[in-house]
Design a protein around this ligand. Structure first.
Ligand SMILES: [Zn+2]
Length: 563
């Protein structure tokens, strides 16, 4: 006895999922001859219904939307629709389709009855008996293109097995439309619970309810979202939210999942693949576990296009959702786009963003914990308004100065400064600023609602690396041996040029508070950027550890930045 398994062929697999959904099996291997028969009866009932063929309803789904998947199939072919009344024409089409489907079913059953065979199926790669094989072309298998019906080796089509041919007949039961552009798509995954849920809910149930209401059939498209990527992510969120209990495991241990956007109409087919990163599925799963309301907020505020929007507001929202969805699928940074400075809001909520940074962007939790604490301190300060405005207008290079000031004020330890702005990660400065603003906006949001800010509970432990250890030992020697330390620190923080910084260091060498090799370390030849960065780390250490010794003039003076 042959068994049904995944084939790796997207169209065939999506059809198998639709069969499994209507047969209500938990594994493809459980599918029997009886299941196939039952599934075929259901398919006929849907596709040959009056509502599919256009009897008594506005449009013929079978000849319009369906022909985008199977052009010139038995349901479309004009010769089948010739002569007689509408009823007679429809009856002729029904006959043609029934007998074609019956032939497919017989060949599929042969595949189940006989193991092995003399031919290899082009779609599933299984060995099958010759009598179970069939030649298919574009009308039965999407995207089989060829010049005037010629296929590889001048064959008249491609030989596939009866099981693959039958499964592909069910593809429409797994196909959906995307938001806004209405393109056809389906999800290719070997996670059967997800694949069957999609087919069950947006395929079979959707079509059945249209038939019950006597409405024209069409593929499911009632998404409140925009764009291809947006629709795919919206669906994944909706499934998780509604069937969390049954689907959680699949999200926790995801299998490779790809969304295919495609068309197979006669004007020329196309297909594009959107791979869905596992990290993203795990992120959604963990967010849903952590807090259902945070999950829903992230989903609603980042992926939903509310029905009531119109005109320019609708346009703007569509653009935003498309951008965010695209970035999510590519695992890119989204925080900056989600900060609404006009209303001081973080779209998507902090819990969602924090987890995204952690799970998808791989940001260490220690860094997030530091920024959370700092953000709350800023939000709670007396001059919060002024400081928030400063952060908003701060560019990347200026951020070092702002954070150094926080160290000087005792809001940040020098190790924390180092962790937030580590060497060789210049690009992360922008993200640090965005996270601070995100925390501040969310904290204010919680205050207004009288809610508790969802702060991380983790204790932060930082272990210094080689560079920081060196800075620490240099700083300690300066603290111990330099007379009038405060004045010296004041000179260092106001030095505007590399030459001036070098001169300040030299004065410490002269007084025996800085070793010559440390001087060389702090002033590397020809590397101006590194010199300024090391100065920032050294200042941070001295602000932090020598705070008691700092005079008023040091505390007031503006810290110079590289010119
Ligand atoms: Zn096959």
């Amino acid at each position: 006895m042959g068994r049904v398994r995944w084939t790796g062929h997207p169209f065939v697999d999506a059809g198998l999922a639709a069969i499994a959904a209507v047969a209500e099996v938990r594994q493809l291997e459980e599918l029997t001859q009886q299941h196939l028969q039952k599934a075929v009866e259901e398919l006929k009932r849907v596709l040959l219904s009056d509502q599919a063929l256009g009897l008594g309803v506005q449009k013929a789904f079978a000849r319009s939307a369906m022909s985008q998947i199977f052009p010139n199939s038995e349901l479309v072919n004009p010769s089948n629709w010739r002569g007689g009344t509408d009823e007679e024409k429809a009856e002729n089409v029904r006959q043609k389709f029934r007998s074609a489907l019956q032939a497919d079913l017989q060949r599929a059953i042969l595949c189940l009855q006989k193991e092995g065979g003399e031919e290899i199926c082009c779609a599933c790669g299984e060995q099958r008996p010759s009598e179970a094989m069939v030649i298919v072309r574009k009308d039965k298998m999407p995207l089989l293109e060829g010049i005037v019906n010629f296929y590889p080796a001048f064959a008249y089509g491609v030989r596939i097995c009866g099981l693959c041919a039958l499964a592909t007949r069910f593809l429409p039961m797994s196909v959906l439309r995307t938001g806004v552009y209405n393109r056809l798509w389906f999800l290719h995954t070997h996670a059967l619970p997800i694949a069957t849920k999609i087919s069950e809910r947006y395929g079979w149930q959707h079509f059945n309810s249209l038939i019950a209401k006597n409405e024209t059939l069409d593929f499911f498209s009632r998404w409140e979202t925009a764009g291809d990527a947006g629709t795919v992510l919206y669906l994944l969120c909706e499934l998780l939210d509604e069937f969390g209990d049954t689907l959680r495991q699949v999200y926790e241990h995801p299998l490779p999942t790809t969304a295919y956007i495609f068309s197979n109409d006669n004007r020329g087919g196309f297909i594009s693949a959107l791979p869905i990163p596992n990290e993203l599925l795990v992120f959604f799963y963990k967010l849903h576990i952590e807090s259902v309301s945070a999950f829903r907020r992230f989903w609603r505020e980042l992926l939903q296009v509310p029905k009531e929007l119109q005109g320019q507001a609708l346009k703007i929202r569509i653009g935003f959702v498309q951008l965010i969805a695209y970035r999510l699928l590519n695992m890119e940074s989204i925080l900056n786009a989600c900060l609404d400075h006009d209303t001081s809001q973080l779209l998507g909520g902090w819990v969602g963003h924090r987890l995204y940074l952690q799970e998808v962007r791989k940001m260490p939790v220690s860094k997030l914990a530091i920024l959370e604490r700092l953000g709350i301190t800023i939000a709670q300060s007396d001059d919060a308004k002024k400081r928030i405005m400063e952060l908003r207008t701060t560019d990347r290079s200026d951020l070092y100065r702002v954070l150094l000031r926080y160290v000087r004020e005792g809001w940040l330890k020098h190790e924390e400064f180092y962790t937030l702005l580590p060497p060789n990660e210049d690009a992360s400065a922008g993200e640090v600023r965005d996270i601070l603003l995100a925390v501040i906006y969310e904290w204010q949001h919680c205050q207004e609602r009288d809610e508790e800010f969802p702060q991380l509970k983790e204790a932060v432990e930082l272990t210094p690396d080689e560079t920081l250890e060196r800075i620490q030992s240099i700083g300690e020697k300066l603290m111990n041996q330099l007379p009038n330390l405060s004045r010296w620190i004041g000179q260092l923080q106001t030095a505007r040029t590399s030459d001036r910084i070098r001169a300040v260091y030299l004065s410490a060498v002269q007084r025996g508070a800085l070793r010559f090799n440390d001087f060389v370390f702090l002033v590397p030849l020809g590397d101006r950027q590194w010199l300024w960065l090391l100065r920032d780390y050294l200042l941070a250490f001295l602000f932090d550890r020598a705070r008691q010794m700092l005079g008023e003039e040091v505390m007031q003076e503006e810290i110079a930045v590289a010119e």
